[in-house]
Structures are given as C-alpha cells and as structure tokens.
Write a protein that binds this ligand. Structure first.
Ligand code: UDX
Length: 439
C-alpha cells in the first residue's frame, strides 16, 4: 500500500518506519527542510532505541522516503496519516489543533481517488468531524473518509510497542475505510493484535481516557507512597500486593517523582478541559493534574529535608534529567521543577544524563553538566537519582563515597534495595519506604 505520514516527529517517524518495515511504501512528510534533509542522510532527530537502523534499512530497500512536498506525496496515497504536533495551547490548556487543521486543508487540495485520512495525533473528541468538514469545504470533490487511529506507543520502547501493541483502535464505521485500515494493519495479525473498530468519537476518547487512567494510576501509587512513609509501610510491596489482583494489574504502579513526558501532562489537562466544556467535569483527572504538579516541588523538599533541612551553598548532584530512561526527551520532565526548586533554595547543581544533556541545556539554567555520574558526584553533599537509566543501576558506591562530601543518596525511583546502599556506608532515602542511615 502507499502510505503518507504528515509530520516526522516521534509518532510520525516511528509509525512511518514500522509501516515501511511491514512492507508498505511510506513517504514521511515534514515542513522543516533541514529535518527532511538530515533524515535523508539517515540522521534521526530523536533518540529512540533501534529507530536509526529501522529507518536506514527501509530507506535502503526503497520503502521509506522523506519529502517536504506534501501534495506530491499525497497524490496517489491509499491512506494519509496526520501525525503533527498537538501541543497544549498557552493559557487555557486546550490542545492546539492549528497544525492538524492546516495539514487537513493541504491534504484536501492534493488528494486524487479514494483516500483514507487518518488522525494519529492525539486529538480531542470531535476533531475528526472538524477535519472532515474542513476537507470537504476545501475540496467538495474529494473522495475521502476521515478515520481516528490513536497511537499508544511509549518513548524508549516505541518500535516494539508499535509492532506488538495490546490493541489497535480504529475509529470508523465506513466499510471502504474499514477495508483500507484492515490492509494497513494486516501484517500485525501475525502478532495477534486485535483491531478494535468503533465510532470516530469513541476512538478519540479512548486515547484520552487511556492516558488519563494511567496517569491516575501513577498518581494514586504516589499518594500511597507518601502515606507509606508516614505509617512505616513499603510502597513497592503495596504495589505488588494490589497489582497481583488481575482487576488492578501490576503495571504503572511504580512510585516516583511524578509523571512527565509529551503525553500524560498534556492529555490529562486537555481531557479535563474537554470535560468542563461539556459540563461533565472529571474531578479525578483534575485532581491528578494538580497532585502531579505539586509532587515535583515536594520531591525537592524531600531532598532538602534529607540534606538536613538546608541546601544553601551545598552541591546537589542530579543523576538523570529526561522524563524517563531511553529517550532524550526533556518535555515536562520532573527534573526541571526539582532542579529549579533546589536552586531557589540556594543549592549548586551538577547533573549527568546519558542522552538528555543537550536538550536539558535549553530548559535548565545554571547547572554544571558532568561527564559521568562520578564526575557529577565529585564534591557533592547529596546525590539524587531522578531518572532510572540502566547506567545508574549498578553505581560504584565505594568510589562515590570517596568522591562525595557526605555519603547521601536520595533515590526518587526506588532503584536500590535500601540495605544494599546502607551497607556501603550511605544514608539512603527513597520513595514510600523507610529511610535509613549507614548500616
Ligand atoms: C505514554 C503512554 O504510556 C503511551 O501509551 C502514550 O502513547 C504516550 O504516553 P510515554 O510518555 O512515552 O508514554 O511514557 P510512559 O512510559 O508511559 O511514562 C510516562 C511517565 O510516567 C514517565 O515520566 C514515567 O517515569 C512515569 N511513570 C510511569 C511512573 O512514574 N510510574 C510508573 O509506574 C510508570
């Protein structure tokens, strides 16, 4: 099949490369010429494990190409996917759909023959209707169907999530569109992923409801973690104990510094706004947003308390800056607010991240970027683990102890068993578990 991806960001690039790998012929379109130029040279603008090799092999096989010419790409396509950004609009938290609508207009002018238009970007309920209205207004002759097909991939595991999804949700009840979408996803049937067809609005809401539910689950366990610290319980065992109940499930019950990233913060906010607009407020989601925002500053207070109540003039070494491991994405990362709050309290920050330091430089000021965890810890009074990169899972505590002013680790991801750290003579604080001094 001939497929076109409009927007070569995270979702567009991963989906485009994976569809090409399924054997389809895919053109990824982007407005930014430099980006397209680099993609043609095999330079991938994001860090995602396996993506560069997947792009390279499919480009070499002639199944994947890059272009700035939307009209030429769309002309003979069977399906055109809109995978442009939908950032939070400044001021009101609604999703900004101007890129989606602009793409829809351009596509409408270019289509020939029956073409399925697929919104892959996360868009509020009713956007598909508006995309269809705009396209029919722009080109009344266009033979199109507009389908919603939300993407559920996680950064850092994007390729396996795309190729082995739990389900594929497709919002259309039009028989011609259903046939095209079945062909698009046919290679997946080998992996037995169920295709779920439903109405377009239902599909749009599934994406938001799914992300909000996961964000709520994380926020729930984070509040349980706070309570665990007060009552002397262990959040990891509580998570395991409730997660074994199949109705609850054990995923997304890892307590930490609060969720970040390009999806959860934006999508929870947008869902809460949509619900308010329709006079059907979602108080659980509103509370989730507020609790998660506060949590980041609370984590800075935790570090300050661990450091004896005052970090003025002290050196705090931060390990991990990205919102999660295996990405270079800094969007809404808890590290940003935590570092800011520590700096406001007079701390001097050194930081190390395996992939995120370039991106961090443009969003965090006044930080000394180190070349390794040990370089960051040199002369530090407190070591804070903010993102659970594998590189931080087997730290050399004996070495750290000789480098640091005081052997103190605040582990905001519960990477270590407390005894293991304390055995090395460290004071250890984590999330939702008992803190303790050197053993
Ligand atoms: C998420 C959704 O999982 C995905 O389905 C959707 O398409 C996009 O948003 P992503 O943002 O890439 O994916 O990362 P995810 O692994 O879901 O983590 C999001 C945030 O939650 C991270 O900051 C992570 O550290 C945090 N998290 C996740 C927790 O704090 N605890 C958990 O148990 C799980």
């Amino acid at each position: 099949m001939r497929l076109v991806m409009i927007g070569s960001g995270y979702v567009g690039l991963v989906s485009g490369a994976c569809f090409a790998d399924f054997g389809h012929s895919v053109v990824c379109v982007d407005k930014v010429e430099d980006k397209v130029e680099s993609l043609r040279k095999g330079l991938i603008p994001i860090f995602e494990p396996g993506l560069d090799a997947l792009v390279a092999s499919n480009a070499k096989a002639g199944r994947l190409s890059f272009s700035t010419d939307l009209a030429a790409a769309v002309r003979d396509a069977d399906a055109v996917f809109i995978a442009v950004g939908t950032p939070s609009r400044r001021g009101d938290g609604h999703a900004d759909l101007s890129y989606v609508y602009a793409a829809a207009r351009e596509i409408a002018r270019a289509v020939t023959g029956f073409t399925v238009i697929v919104t892959k970007s996360t868009v509020p309920v009713g956007t598909g209707d508006e995309v269809e209205r705009i396209m029919r207004e722009e080109n009344p002759q266009a033979d199109i169907e507009v389908v919603s097909n939300p993407e559920f991939l996680r950064e850092g595991a994007a390729i396996s999530d795309f190729k082995r999804p739990d389900r594929v949700v497709i919002g259309t009840v039009e028989p011609r569109a259903i046939e095209v979408m079945k062909d698009v996803y046919r290679p997946l049937s080998l992996n037995e992923a169920p295709l779920m067809f439903c109405e377009r609005r239902t599909s749009e809401l599934i994406k938001y409801a799914g992300n909000a539910f996961l964000a709520m689950k994380i926020t729930f366990i984070n509040e349980i973690a706070d309570l665990c610290e007060r009552v002397g319980a262990d959040v990891q065992k509580v998570a395991k104990g409730i997660g074994l109940d199949k109705r609850i499930g054990d995923k997304f019950l890892h307590a930490g510094p609060g969720y970040g990233g390009s999806c959860f913060p934006k999508d929870t906010l947008a869902l809460a706004k949509t619900a308010q607009d329709h006079d059907s407020p979602m108080r659980l989601v509103e509370a989730t947003v507020a609790i998660n925002d506060n949590r980041k500053r609370a984590m800075a207070r935790k570090v300050i308390a661990a450091g004896g109540g005052d970090v003025r003039g002290k050196k705090v070494a931060v390990l991990g800056l990205t919102f999660k491991p295996n990405t270079d994405d800094m969007r809404e990362s808890p590290s940003i607010a935590i570092i800011q709050a520590l700096q406001d309290n007079g701390a001097v920050i050194s930081a190390y991240d395996p992939e995120g330091m370039e991106a961090a430089k443009s969003v965090i000021d006044g930080v000394v970027y180190a070349t390794s965890p040990y370089d960051a810890a040199d002369g530090a009074d407190v070591l804070v683990l903010v993102t659970e990169w594998d590189a931080f899972r087997a730290l050399d505590f004996a070495r750290l102890k000789t480098l640091m002013n005081a052997p103190l680790l605040v582990d905001l991801r519960n990477v270590y068993p407390p005894q293991e750290v304390m055995r090395h003579g460290f004071e250890y604080h984590s999330v939702g578990r008992k803190s303790g001094g050197a053993a």
